[in-house]
Design a protein around this ligand. Structure first.
Ligand code: 1Q0
Length: 207
């Protein structure tokens, strides 16, 4: 494969993140040239059966968002929130398939991703430990016991740090680490923008 052609973890690269999220088409998951979220999901699926309960849920959520986006012509996260809130907060809370509650789940997963990638970048080779720590500091608080158990078990089967850096497909490990250093601030920004928006509209606890 030519250098840099695999979406892999490049999902969070500088071209795709902050500016799209702030004003453009954050929900254009599949259409973005860099592969968008699809890249990361493809990578997750490539990890095999142990991770399929995670990737199935993530794919279902991304698909739901993409369908909503096309149906309602949402141009941004902000416009989706506005439209879904127009019938009032109670109506939104009652919807099990709203874009907002779905984005909220992915938003929490993005925090996991940020913490995990920070761990990878730090040089710590213990991917399972990094992953578990990141999970406990983010998603775990929102998951019931069974899911926490299943997730923690799956983390034991994670590939090595080298394998992660390699799948980013940006060249030697040092370059992959440098790319993480560039990408992580964008992830933080995207997380911050969503967090602020959802907090302002009191959506951070959507059931
Ligand atoms: C490389 C190893 C991957 C490890 C991923 C760590 C996440 C573990 C999550 C385990 C739980 C998955 C099983 C399903 C859980 C659902 O019950 C739960 C709640 O949904 P619901 O509908 O029942 O209320 N779902 C979730 O919490 C979502 C989990 C998604 C996991 C996605 C993992 C990959 C993360 C990628 C970052 C997403 C970037 C999206 C950015 C969008 C920004 C708004």
């Amino acid at each position: 494969r030519p250098r840099g052609s695999s979406p892999g973890l490049r999902v969070m690269c500088r071209r795709c993140c902050k500016h799209l999220w702030a004003q453009g088409c954050p929900l254009g998951f599949s259409s973005h040239p860099s592969g968008g979220w699809d890249g990361f999901l493809g990578f997750l699926q490539s990890l095999g059966a142990v991770f399929s309960f995670i990737s199935k849920d993530a794919v279902a959520k991304v698909t739901l968002l993409e369908t909503h986006r096309q149906r309602h012509n949402f141009v941004s996260l902000q416009s989706m929130v506005e439209q879904e809130l127009s019938a009032g907060p109670a109506a939104l809370r009652a919807r099990p398939d709203s874009g907002c509650r779905t984005v909220l789940r992915l938003h929490r997963a993005l925090r996991w991703l940020q913490l995990f990638l920070e761990g990878l970048r730090s040089g710590d080779p213990r991917t399972s430990v990094l992953c578990t720590d990141a999970y406990n500091a983010s998603l775990a608080a929102h998951h019931p016991w069974v899911i926490r158990k299943a997730a923690t078990l799956a983390f034991c089967a994670l590939p090595s740090r080298e394998a992660f850096l390699e799948v980013m497909n940006v060249g030697p490990p040092e370059e992959a680490v440098a790319m993480l250093g560039e990408a992580i601030p964008y992830i933080r920004d995207v997380y911050g923008i969503t967090e602020e928006l959802f907090e302002r509209h009191k959506l951070l606890d959507l059931p």
